[in-house]
Write a protein that binds this ligand. Structure first.
Ligand code: XMP
Length: 507
């Protein structure tokens, strides 16, 4: 397995995805983990990510010297490379001209291990203001670019490799090959991490975590919590009870559909809790998005606690938290964009111990596990729906009236895009109630009514997304139907913001 040290780079998670694509397990850890933690992790290779800092600035992120001792093969990317050179007493300095964008890179050494099989020149993504004017004496330079005399440096004896470009992004043509060379030619790791092996070790881990105690699982109907439940069920069987909470923030017919899909299926025991009024009263008068998220997260847990006590189910709470949820909710190096309800929204006095079997996985990996565990295709490929539900799609205060209006508009959006998108190309789509009013004219009369926004995006894992270029005819049908069929709406707009700079949800 590979250890990725995160120096706060935008692409750290992508590095992990690229490694896992090669069936090699890896984890991302903060840059300053201790030598003991590194040794305990027992990596077969270490990758140092990029990051926004400059090595020569005060308090620049630093890592343990032992990393460069020759004990492990190390690949430093961008800042990671600069830090390696800086610590090995080479030189890093500010460049006269920053290099940002796709550049041509020329390979200078045919015997390079890292660049094996790559033809020169090749295009790579550069994104740096600092550079290394010359390599430390025991390194050889194996590639250069116009503004970087040290695009790739290698020291085979100490197994240290540095690359100034970003191999993890698709813009670097040879990126995948470079990662493969590092994993297989240099670190000589076996490609044996598959979803089958994941299931096997995870079920074992859950069994030894929960033993003969009992657990409850918050089932939302989405693929993440369903897969988490199935894994735990495989490990502890009857001792798992799934709880589906109808918080009143669900979409049209959703509660019925979820119960239909899961109750008594795949061996799962599912209980439905109706808490519509409870959630709405807690959300009364609340307009701040982060507060809404926190309140909803807390209330979920309180309900799980109450239910667990009722059924004599104690100790463990199973959640379908994914890796991106954890990173996006704010780790040491990433800023908090949103508190995902199942991560940051937990009450401090919670008595459950968490069991989060998916917290190291990306969404596409969870889907693969779901398929292997027998989850039906339409559930495996179900669109993500956030835990806080429509509360974060109604801007401002949430109430019954707004929810009912949005539910109707959303049902139309989903029906129309589903009819058009037969192959499930669009990743996620829904309606939003921005809370603005506009003047219109209907049947010779002036109207002053709500605006509905339509959101549809393409994405791989929700980390980045681009707005979908839906055909005008589809947008037209959606607009006409919403204005005609949903009382109180006289205008429909289409959200043409990608992520970044927007996020997928509006709150
Ligand atoms: P954003 O809005 O952060 O959304 O770009 C990325 C993906 O995550 C979903 N999402 C959530 N899922 N709990 C969840 O389980 C949450 O609190 C939450 N917030 C956003 C969102 O629907 C999108 O797919």
């Amino acid at each position: 397995k590979v250890l990725i040290l995160d120096f706060g780079g935008q692409y750290s998670q992508l590095i992990a995805r690229r490694v896992r694509e090669q069936n090699v397990y890896c984890e991302i850890k903060p840059y300053d983990i201790s030598p003991e933690e590194i040794t305990d992790f027992n990596p077969q290779g270490i990758i140092l990510s990029g990051g926004p800092a400059s090595v020569y600035k005060e308090n620049a992120p630093d890592c343990q010297d032992i990393i460069f001792s020759g004990k492990w093969p190390v690949l430093g990317i961008c800042y990671g490379m600069q830090l390696m050179v800086h610590k090995l007493e080479g030189k890093v300095q500010r460049a006269d001209s920053r290099e940002y964008g796709v550049m041509e890179m020329e390979i200078k050494d045919e015997k390079s291990k890292l660049l094996h099989g790559i033809s020169s020149p090749t295009k790579v993504l550069m994104s740096h203001s600092d550079y290394i004017p010359y390599a430390p004496s025991d390194f050889k330079v194996t590639a250069i670019s116009k503004n970087t005399p040290t695009a790739v440096i290698e020291n085979d004896e100490k197994q240290l490799y540095g690359i100034q470009f970003h191999p993890e992004v698709i813009h670097s043509e040879c990126g995948r090959e470079v990662i493969k060379n590092f994993l297989f030619k240099i670190a000589k790791i076996d490609a044996d991490w598959t979803m089958d092996s994941f299931i096997e070790t995870t079920v074992d881990n859950i069994s030894s975590q929960i033993k003969d105690k009992k657990a409850v699982c918050g089932l939302s109907g989405g693929v993440d919590s369903a897969v988490a439940a199935l894994l735990v069920h495989k490990a502890i069987g009857e001792n798992l009870t799934c709880i589906f909470v109808d918080h009143g923030l669900l979409r049209h017919n959703e509660a019925e559909e979820v119960m239909e899909a899961f109750e008594g299926k795949l061996g799962l025991k599912v209980i439905k809790v109706d808490a519509k009024e409870h959630f709405l009263s807690k959300l009364e008068g609340v307009t701040d998005p982060e507060r809404k998220r926190k309140i909803i997260g807390n209330e979920f847990i309180h309900i799980f606690e109450k239910e667990a006590a009722k059924y004599g189910q104690g100790e463990f709470l199973v959640q379908g938290t994914l890796y991106p949820d954890i990173v996006e909710s704010g780790t040491k190096t990433a800023t908090t964009i949103k508190t995902h309800h199942n991560v940051g929204g937990l009450p401090e006095d919670m008595f459950f111990t968490l069991c989060e079997p998916l917290k190291e996985l990306f969404k596409d990996e969870v889907r693969e596990v779901g398929k292997k565990l027998g989850l039906a295709e339409h559930l495996v490929n179900r669109q993500p729906f956030p835990g806080p539900g429509m509360a974060i799609r109604v801007m401002g205060e949430v109430n019954d009236e707004k929810l009912s209006l949005l539910r109707k508009a959303d049902a139309i959006v989903r029906e129309e895009i589903k009819a058009y998108d037969k192959e499930n190309k669009v990743w996620q789509y829904f309606a939003v109630l921005p809370g603005s009013y506009s003047v219109g004219v209907m049947g010779d009369d002036r109207t002053y009514q709500q605006v509905v926004a339509v959101r549809a995006v393409g994405s791989e894992d929700g980390m980045t997304a681009s707005w979908s270029h839906l055909p005008y005819e589809v947008l037209d049908r959606i607009s006409q139907r919403i204005v005609n069929e949903v009382d109180g709406v006289n205008r429909v707009v289409y959200d043409i913001t990608s992520k970044p700079p927007g996020t997928i949800e509006w709150e």
